[in-house]
Every structure is written in structure tokens, then in C-alpha cells.
Ligand binder design. Structure first.
Ligand SMILES: Cc1cc2nc3c(=O)[nH]c(=O)nc-3n(C[C@H](O)[C@H](O)[C@H](O)COP(=O)(O)OP(=O)(O)OC[C@H]3O[C@@H](n4cnc5c(N)ncnc54)[C@H](O)[C@@H]3O)c2cc1C
Length: 394
């Protein structure tokens, strides 16, 4: 037992803790335990990282102490008349979606890509998901938050109503702080009624221009569209000559979905249609679940770039490398899976530069503000100090 582990076990004997690959992972069961643990870390200057399912922890290699929220995974209150839900931050997006489904409610952050992602992790990184085009990100549904600061205080912001901010918007500042300004222990969301019907359809494209043209045509008639993606034919399991496929999801009332599907059938050569909310969700989980965990390069861009410029650049790179591409029209994210990460990054760097893009880590005045806020809230720099997004700059 090393000295940090010894201190934690001695001072907080009831706190569940485990050693995993030489890291100490603690599992608090309630906000009081989170607070006592953080106070101890602050007093003893022990750096720690809050985690949910732990799928997106980068740059924490110097940290040996993790606070896992997975044991705090209850639904605290479902207010059916108000269409709100309060949950502990360690509940996974899939667990929550399944519980809400019983009442035909939805927190519209798709769970297909990474079903184990926790609400705390999704809030911390402002997740959107494949329905972002129509539904926005998780923060568009956030009403209130409870979190523990790096000095151990429990702070409550917002509430259960939509208009709640009377000063600085701490709810969003803390919720989006990537585990560096506090630990989210509880969150309250507004919900929407579950769409009655969903339909997913697939188009094929011989060239990248086919694909972007199809996407633009669907966008022009976007009535019930909630999601649209383009991907290399290989990801969809298409025949070799078919380089790309489009995946489009419609959701809403049965009438709206059927009506739009009919209209689009007249416009596009639709190859496959899946209907029914469960069948569509199952298909998406199969398609995207494995892809999301494999993607080695992720680029973010705006929709115009995604439809007008970027695809041709990616297509040119695809000629020279083996690479899978998933373009998500909703979030503007492009996921690339390749065995030649360095080579692809180099080619992208060169080609994107031409279009005034980069994977830049350049600093801006805003980053200096991040540091000031961090220093005033976390004077001992105990909370995720090595998060690469917020490393100290001067
Ligand atoms: C539908 C969907 C959409 C997504 N969209 C985006 C996107 O738009 N942008 C993006 O960057 N990623 C996106 N992602 C990836 C998403 O960020 C990760 O899936 C999610 O953060 C992982 O959850 P996790 O529980 O594994 O978090 P972890 O990997 O454990 O943690 C992720 C980050 O959150 C912090 N964190 C975790 N729990 C807490 C907590 N309780 N309090 C404070 N901080 C905490 C961690 O310190 C870390 O910085 C999306 C994922 C999904 C499923």
C-alpha cells in the first residue's frame, strides 16, 4: 500500500476503493462521500481525476487516483407532469434511456455510439450525438446541477424550471468543465415525449459527390429529419464498387414519418428502409457502437464544410490509404479509422491547411482565462490537473 492509498484508507475507511493497474479508484456512494474525499485530496494535495465509464480519459497518466461515479447511478426523481428527471451523475445514457422509455419520455442524446457513457461524462464534454442536427446537445436539456468544488463544497445551481439563471451561468460553466472544476453529482433535465415512429433509410453512392448531393437533397426537405450521416461503403458492408453510403433517420408522428418517407422515395434511390423505433435504435447501435470505440482521428467542422469541401479532401486521402470515414451531419464530426494514423494526419494537415484548417493546439486569450478560473477554484490544482485541454499557459 503506498502512502496516498494509506492516507485515504485511514481517513475515509468506509469509502469503497480498489487498486486497478496500480491506480487507486474510489467509488463514493453519495455526495457526502464525494465531498469528504475531495476535501482530503485538497488538504493533502493529492491530484485526482473524476471519471464516469472512463472511456475518454486522456493525459491523466501522471494521476494515480480516480474518483469513479459509477456507484452513484440512481434516478432520483422523475416528475412526469413537469417532464423533468433528476439523476445521479454516474447513470449511463443507456440505463437512463431504458428507464425513461417505460414512460415514453426521452432525453434526446443518442446512446448508440457509446451506451456506457455516463451523464457526468456526457455533460462534462457537452455531448451531442447523431441527433444533434434536430435536438441540440445535452446542455440544451440541462436545468440544474449539483456538484462538488475542488475544495469540497456542495454547490447547487439552476433548478427544475427553464428560467433559473440570475447571475453568471455557473450551471453551464461547471457542467462543461471536463472534470477540471468540480465533480457533477446530480443533474436535472427537461425531457421530450418519445417519438412514436422512426424510419432509417440507406442510400448508396459510387462517388463522394453522389453522397453529398443526396445529403443536400434530404436536407432541403428536412421536415422529420433528426440525423444524417455519410460513411465509406466498407462501414456499411456495401459491395466494393460502392464507395459511400448515406444513413438518414426520420422521427416524429407516424403520419409525419410516413409522409416524408414517401416524398423522399420520389427524390432518391433508397436502397433499404428500416422502420419502428426499436429496430432503428438496434440497427444504429450495431452500426455505430463498434465504430465509435475504434475511431482514431476525430475532426470537427461546420455543416457547409462538411458538405461542400471536406468530403473531397477525405476522398482523395482514401485513395492512398486504407481508412474508414463516418461523417455526422448533425454534430459536424468526422470520425476516421485507419491503421496509418500518422500518415493520415500528415496528409490531412497538408490538405486542410490549403483550406485554412488545422488540428491546431494554438492558444488564444480564452485559454488564459481558463487558467485564471482554474487557479481561483482549484488553488492546489488537484482536479484533473493534466487534462490536455486545459494545461497551463501563460
Ligand atoms: C451521444 C454521444 C455524443 C457525443 N458527443 C460528443 C461531443 O459532441 N463532443 C465530445 O467531446 N464528445 C462527445 N461524445 C463522447 C463523450 O464525451 C464521451 O462518450 C463521454 O464523455 C464518455 O462518458 P464517460 O462516462 O466514459 O466519461 P469519462 O471518459 O469517464 O470522462 C470524460 C470526461 O468527463 C469528466 N467527467 C466524467 N464524469 C464526471 C463527473 N461526474 N463530474 C465531472 N466531470 C466528469 C472526466 O473527468 C473527463 O474529462 C459523445 C458521446 C455520445 C455517446
Amino acid at each position: 500500500m503506498n502512502s496516498v492509498e494509506g492516507k485515504i484508507r485511514e481517513k475515509l475507511p468506509a469509502l469503497q476503493a480498489d487498486i486497478i493497474e496500480e491506480n487507486l479508484v474510489v467509488y463514493p456512494q453519495n455526495s457526502e462521500e464525494v465531498s469528504s474525499f475531495i476535501k482530503l485530496c485538497n488538504d493533502e494535495k493529492i491530484s485526482m481525476v473524476p471519471i464516469g465509464s472512463g472511456s475518454q480519459i486522456i493525459g491523466a497518466d501522471k494521476t494515480k487516483v480516480y474518483l469513479s461515479m459509477r456507484k452513484m447511478n440512481r434516478i432520483v426523481e422523475l416528475a412526469k407532469a413537469d417532464l423533468t428527471v433528476s439523476v445521479e451523475a454516474g447513470i449511463s445514457i443507456k440505463e437512463l434511456a431504458e428507464a425513461l422509455r417505460e414512460y415514453n419520455f426521452l432525453l434526446p442524446v443518442s446512446h448508440h455510439e457509446k451506451p456506457n457513457s455516463t451523464i457526468g461524462g456526457l455533460l462534462a464534454r457537452d455531448a451531442g450525438g447523431i441527433e444533434q442536427y434536430a435536438r441540440g446537445t445535452i446542455h440544451d436539456y440541462l436545468l440544474g446541477l449539483e456538484f462538488i468544488t475542488p475544495t469540497g463544497e456542495l454547490i447547487k445551481t439552476g433548478g427544475k424550471t427553464v428560467k433559473n439563471v440570475t447571475g453568471y451561468d455557473f450551471t453551464r460553466l461547471f457542467a462543461k468543465s471536463w472534470g477540471t472544476l468540480g465533480v457533477i453529482v446530480k443533474a436535472t433535465f427537461k425531457l421530450i415525449p418519445m417519438p412514436v415512429e422512426k424510419a432509417l433509410f440507406i442510400t448508396h453512392g459510387v462517388s463522394i459527390d453522389d453522397l453529398t448531393q443526396q445529403m443536400k437533397e434530404v436536407l432541403a426537405k428536412r421536415y422529420a429529419l433528426v440525423s444524417f450521416m455519410g460513411m465509406s461503403g466498407k462501414v456499411l458492408g456495401l459491395d466494393e464498387g460502392l464507395r459511400y453510403g448515406g444513413v438518414f433517420v426520420l422521427a416524429g408522428s407516424r403520419q409525419a414519418v410516413t409522409h416524408q418517407l414517401q416524398a423522399l422515395k420520389g427524390l432518391l434511390d433508397i436502397k433499404e428502409i428500416i422502420t419502428g423505433t426499436d429496430s432503428v435504435d438496434d440497427y444504429l447501435e450495431d452500426l455505430l457502437g463498434s465504430k465509435a470505440s475504434q475511431a482514431e482521428i476525430i475532426l470537427g467542422t461546420d455543416r457547409r464544410t462538411l458538405l461542400d469541401y471536406l468530403p473531397r479532401e477525405l476522398d482523395a486521402i482514401l485513395d492512398n490509404t486504407s481508412m474508414d470515414i463516418v461523417l455526422d451531419g448533425g454534430s459536424g464530426l468526422v470520425q476516421l479509422t485507419t491503421t496509418n494514423v500518422q500518415e493520415v494526419k500528415k496528409m490531412l494537415g497538408e490538405r486542410l491547411q490549403e483550406f485554412n484548417f488545422s488540428f491546431s493546439d494554438e492558444r488564444s486569450p480564452v485559454d488564459i482565462l481558463y487558467n485564471r478560473i482554474k487557479r481561483s477554484l482549484d488553488p492546489n490544482r488537484i482536479m484533473y490537473p493534466n487534462n490536455p485541454r486545459f494545461v497551463e499557459v501563460s
